[in-house]
Ligand binder design. Structure first.
Ligand SMILES: Nc1nc2c(ncn2[C@@H]2O[C@H](COP(=O)(O)OP(=O)(O)OP(=O)(O)O)[C@@H](O)[C@H]2O)c(=O)[nH]1
Ligand SMILES: [Mg+2]
Length: 321
């Protein structure tokens, strides 16, 4: 299966474990360099079989620390791991980028771990798109497990479901209000809940509160998200956390939901790509095309509202005849 003669040389190198080729291609993808489109396309058939584990949760709950301990555990079992971390910090402050790097540094000489951090630059759509592409490259590169770390904030949280096969929502004790705020979104995102910093007082209570919330929400498609207390300082609960993640991955296979979820993710991705593409085209035509300029003039003059204008534009220019 590995000897496809049609693979471009760089793609071949990535598949054969060349980490520098992988790193360069990831940079090109992040920068929107069109020259790597062929490489990405040629690797696509080699993707889709690797567990992609999303770790999400509010700032500072210990996502990177957990990742570091999980990586240690997986490496001890001989598993290779690819990581993409979406860093919320501004590229100028750099604080948290550096923090993550240092925590993961000691694995830097290990070829079985590949770590990449991306600045989030504040636009959720963009993060989601390049994160998905980078996760796919890690998948094609043959890592046994791919992790995606994102900071938990509304849209990004939801975006992780478009990338990950298992999403872990990480909380800490005394996040009472935050849990309430996140509540609605939490259940749609979490396949596994983790209450980290269980070495701090209040962890039992937090886990109990959470289990009450989980019990209120009906199990989604036959899966009730387990709640795992962990501590990266002790450390404790890490093995249990991986067991819970792995159980969800096995559940996806045994129920056929892996294919179902993948289909839903890819459908959303295609729709999103078309939307982006059309959005750019329409914006451009509204400034260039005389007919559409007149339509815009009417909206500016308040003789037509934006919703009706959009509907009219779609009907006359884009709806299938
Ligand atoms: N007491 C305690 N502190 C922890 C634990 N895990 C992480 N921390 C501390 O929490 C702080 C944040 O840890 P990170 O791993 O950077 O958290 P994060 O969620 O990746 O942070 P961001 O990526 O900046 O959102 C650090 O000071 C860690 O040392 C834990 O289990 N117990
Ligand atoms: Mg982090």
């Amino acid at each position: 299966m590995t000897g496809s003669p049609r693979l471009p040389p760089v793609a071949r190198a990535i598949v054969d474990g060349d980490r520098r080729a992988l790193a360069r291609t990831i940079s090109a993808v992040e920068n929107g360099d069109p020259r790597v489109a062929g490489i990405v396309r040629s690797l696509y058939p080699r993707t889709g079989r690797t567990p992609v584990i999303g770790l999400t949760g509010p700032l500072g709950v210990g996502k990177s620390s957990l990742l570091s301990v999980l990586i240690g555990q997986l490496r001890a079992r001989g598993k290779t791991v690819g990581v993409v971390a979406v860093d919320p910090s501004s590229p100028y402050s750099g604080g948290s980028v550096l923090g993550d790097r240092i925590r993961l540094e000691r694995k830097a000489n290990d070829d079985g771990v590949f770590f990449r951090s991306m600045a989030s630059r504040g636009e959720a759509g963009g993060i989601a798109a390049s994160t998905r592409e980078v996760a796919r490259l890690l998948d094609a590169a043959g890592f046994d497990v791919v992790f995606v770390e994102t900071v938990g904030s509304g849209q990004v949280d939801v975006a992780i479901r478009g990338v990950a096969t298992t999403s872990v929502v990480i909380l800490v004790p005394h996040l009472g209000d935050e849990v309430q705020t996140l509540k609605a979104g939490l259940f749609e995102i979490a396949d596994v809940f983790c209450v980290n910093k269980a070495d701090l007082p209040g962890a039992d209570l937090a886990a109990k509160d959470l289990s009450e919330l989980v019990a209120l929400g009906a199990a989604r498609d036959g899966w009730a998200p387990p709640i795992v207390p962990t501590s990266t300082t002790t450390p404790s609960g890490i093995e249990e956390l991986w067991t819970a993640i792995d159980a969800h991955e096995q559940f996806l296979d045994s129920t056929g939901q892996r294919t179902q979820h993948e289909r839903a993710r890819l459908s959303a991705e295609i729709a999103e790509r078309v939307k982006d593409r059309m959005g750019r085209e329409v914006a451009e035509r509204l400034t260039r095309d005389p007919e559409l300029r007149r339509l815009l003039d009417r909206v500016v003059a308040r003789t037509l509202d934006p919703a009706t204008a959009a509907e009219e534009l779609f009907r006359t220019h884009y709806a299938p005849k």
